[in-house]
Design a protein around this ligand. Sequence first.
Ligand SMILES: N[C@@H](CCC(=O)N[C@@H](CS)C(=O)NCC(=O)O)C(=O)O
Length: 344
Amino acid sequence: MQVPLVFKGAPGSPYTRKMMALMRYRHITYRYLVGEAADRAGMPKPQIELLPTFYLHDAQGQLQAVTDSTPLLRRLEHEVPGRAARPQNAVLAFFDSLLEDFADEWVTKCMFHYRWKFAPDIDRASKTIPLHWGGLQMDEKIYAASKAFFSKRQIDRLPVIGSNPTTAPLIESGYVRLLGLLDAHFSQHAFLMGARPGASDFAMYGQLSQLALFDPTSMDLAVQHAPRTFAWTGWMEDLSGLEVQDGAWLDAAHLPASLMALLAELAQAYVPVMLANARALLRGEKQLSVQLPHGLWEQGTVTYQGKCLRWLRDEFASLDTADRVHAEVILQTTGIGDLIHARL
Ligand SMILES: N[C@@H](CCC(=O)N[C@@H](CS)C(=O)NCC(=O)O)C(=O)O
C-alpha cells in the first residue's frame, strides 16, 4: 500500500481520531484532507459517506474510497509496515477486537447522547464543528445556517441511535460505570492491552477524544470520576514517541481483574443490543426493542452492526481448539458468552 496514506476526516469525528492516533503510533505517514479538500482534489466518493474516508488503490490500481475503521485497521496491519497494533496472541487479539467493537458501536452512543442532549454541549458542538468543514473564513450567513442545520439534524437522530427519555438514565449510568472501570484498569496498566496499545485502545480513545476532551457535560464527569482516564486520553492522541517492547502485551492466560470487570460490563447493554439488532435485521425490521436489566432499549436497526457481530463470531470460530477453550472460559466467567453463542 502506498504511503503517505490519504484520507478525509474531521477532529469532531471519533473514528477519524481513532485512525489518526493509530497511524501516529504505527509511524505511518498520512495526508489529512479536511473540509472540502477531498472534493477539490477529485477524490472518489464512498457508497455511504462516513468519516474517516481513506483513498486506497485496489488490485487494479483504481483509487477507491474506503470507510469503516475496523476492517481498515486490520488491512493497514497487514499491508503497511510499522509496529503492530494487534496482539500476537490470538485469544488476546479476540478480546481486543471485542473491546474495539464495544467502543465503536456502544460507547459512541454515549458520545452522541451527551453531545446532542445537553444545552452546553449542543452549543459547543454546533458553534465549532461546522468550522472544520466550512473553514474558519466561512461566510457568516453560511456559518449561521450550518450551525442550525447541523444541530437540528443531529438532535433529530438521537432516537435513531437509541437515546430517548427512557434510555437516558441507562446511557448516563453506563458512562459513569465505564469511567470507573477504565480508571481502575489504568491505575495498573498503561493501556487496555497492557504496556502497549491495541485496536481497542485506539477505538476507546476515539470516543473519549470527544467524551472526555470536547463535550463539556461528559468531560466534567470524566474529570470527576476518572482523572486517570482523562489523562490517558490526552496522552493517546500522539503515541509516536512511545517506545514499546515486543512482549509488552497483557498475558492472555492471566487477564487482570480490571479487564475482566470491563468485559463483564458488556453484558449490561452492548451484548443484548447487538443480539437484538442482528435478530431484527434477520426479520427485516427497521426498529429493535429489547428489555435490558435497567429498562427498555429502543433504536433503529443498524446493518453495519450486524456485520460487526459476524466478524466477532468468525474471529472466535477461527481460534484453534486450545485457544477457543481458553477464550470460552473468559467469556463464561464474564457472562458475555451469548454474544458468540446465542441463536439469532
Ligand atoms: N463504522 C464507521 C463509522 C464512521 C462514522 O460513523 N462516522 C461518522 C462521524 S464520526 C460519520 O461520518 N457520520 C456521517 C453522518 O452522520 O451522516 C467506522 O468505523 O469508521
